[in-house]
Design a protein around this ligand. Structure first.
Ligand code: ADP
Length: 424
């Protein structure tokens, strides 16, 4: 294992895992602090997904430090602390306290602070974070319900969260490349700085920053700052890159699509799948709620279909239908009835020899992954932007595509299977 990552939320962890996979690292994502370092050792990069962004500081510290312990035990040579590209935090934390605890634990001298993600229009110039054309403090993030961001000056924001001295490496240095950045780091160390906010407005800046961070024990930032790290391991002879678009091998077995997302994109994908002749069964939330239909009915249906095609089970519906269901059941119960049913169905399908699942919907995916008791996933090829094939890191080797509602092209349910290969 080369790179250990600690992410402060789950979708951020997947975003980072995909970036690492694309850069040629064999990557897995683990849900929560793992108990055992052993299974992590055979991967190049491990991303631990925590839910520590807005939790009490003590909890965020405990989980992050225990994660670092496990990653070090698994062989990590460098730790990346991943937070949001809009630096979601308050004056109390949790970015500053967690970064400070990690740098002390790792015995690091200095760490970059770089949430820039130019592809998603998050850039840093003269230490100020921009979201699109606006300063962070003028962007919609100023009104975030949990972490309102009303100051764009990252050094000032970070300094309110840590006692360690903060410096800035600005664009005039970054544009000169890794050597210039290295010289600026040496100077900053002489000045006693421990965290360095660093400008980046384009991906090649992130590549230079990654190169300059080769000897740093801790790096902090968004997923973008990870882009250049794989090359350091190659340069040190520690890594042979793995092609990121190689198909993922799936155990022989049947395929199913479970859709609880009601987004327009998903409903379009369902229409295309039905038109393509994929056998389909609709889950009616009210029928499931009153017990007139049980998950078993969907399992019976799935098992009766031809084995050479995926089956599609969906609860997705138009907004007016969903509103009616929510009025009848209450919003929370409506969601949990469907999620619970999807989780049960997924469990039954896995037991019946289905090895490949597409799940549509963020909440739905969370419920299905919990229902399947999947605690770690290997990241495979990207199917469509932001959605990779993944494989459960257990004896079942379940192949899963967890699609957030709005993601994926219209033929997603039909074509995603093409990026799988039969194998072990
Ligand atoms: P997305 O990623 O599109 O937001 P999610 O899975 O996160 O999808 O959210 C969809 C929510 O809608 C889930 O809580 C799901 O259980 C709920 N839902 C799905 N189908 C129905 C339905 N027919 N009636 C009521 N709620 C539903």
């Amino acid at each position: 294992m080369l790179l250990g990552c600690i992410a402060d939320d789950i979708t951020g962890a997947t975003d980072l895992a995909l970036t690492l996979k694309r850069s040629g690292l064999r990557t897995i994502q683990v849900m929560g602090v793992p108990d055992d370092a052993e299974p992590l050792k055979s991967f190049d990069a491990v991303v631990i997904a925590l839910k520590s962004r807005t939790n009490p500081i003590a909890e965020a510290l405990d989980w992050s430090l225990r994660s670092a312990d496990i990653l070090l035990e698994a062989g990590a040579r460098q730790i990346l602390f991943k937070y949001c590209s809009t630096f979601d935090s308050t004056d109390e934390g949790n970015i500053g306290p967690v970064a400070e605890a990690l740098i002390e634990k790792l015995g690091g001298d200095v760490a970059f602070v770089c949430p820039a993600f130019p592809t998603n229009k998050r850039t840093i110039f003269k230490g100020h974070l921009f979201v699109g054309d606006e300063l962070l403090s003028s962007s919609p993030m100023k009104d975030h319900p949990l972490t309102p961001m009303r100051d764009s000056d990252l050094a000032a924001v970070m300094q309110r969260q840590t006692k360690l001295p903060i410096g800035l490496i600005d664009y005039t240095v970054v544009r000169e490349g890794a050597d210039a950045i290295g010289a600026a780091v040496t100077q900053a160390l002489d000045d006693g700085k421990r965290f360095l906010v660093i400008d980046a407005i384009a991906d090649h800046h992130l590549m230079a920053i990654g190169k300059a961070a080769a000897s740093h024990k801790l790096i902090t930032g968004g997923s973008g700052v990870a882009m250049g790290l794989a090359d350091n391991f190659v340069a040190d002879g520690l890594l042979t890159k793995t092609a990121s678009d190689a198909p993922m091998s799936a155990k022989p077995g049947r395929a199913a699509i479970l859709s609880g997302s009601c987004s327009a994109a998903t409903r379009g994908q369902i229409a295309i799948a039905i038109a393509a002749g994929i056998p389909t069964m609709r889950l009616d939330a009210l029928e499931v709620a009153n017990g007139s239909v049980t998950p078993q009915a969907f399992l019976d249906f799935a098992k009766q279909q031809p084995a050479d095609q995926p089956v599609l089970i969906y609860s997705s519906d138009d907004p007016d239908v969903i509103t009616a269901v929510q009025t009848a059941l209450g919003r929370e119960r409506a969601g949990s009835v469907v999620e619970q049913a999807m989780a049960e169905i997924a469990k039954g399908l896995a037991a019946a020899g289905f090895t490949k699942l597409i799940v549509a919907g963020g909440e739905t995916s969370g419920a299905v992954v919990a229902g399947l008791d999947v605690s770690a996933i290997e990241i495979g090829p990207e199917i469509d932007p932001g959605v990779p094939w993944t494989k459960s890191l257990d004896d079942r080797g379940l192949v899963l595509a967890l699609k957030s509602g709005n993601f994926g092209g219209e033929r997603f349910f039909v074509d995603a299977w093409n990026k799988l290969a039969e194998g072990a």
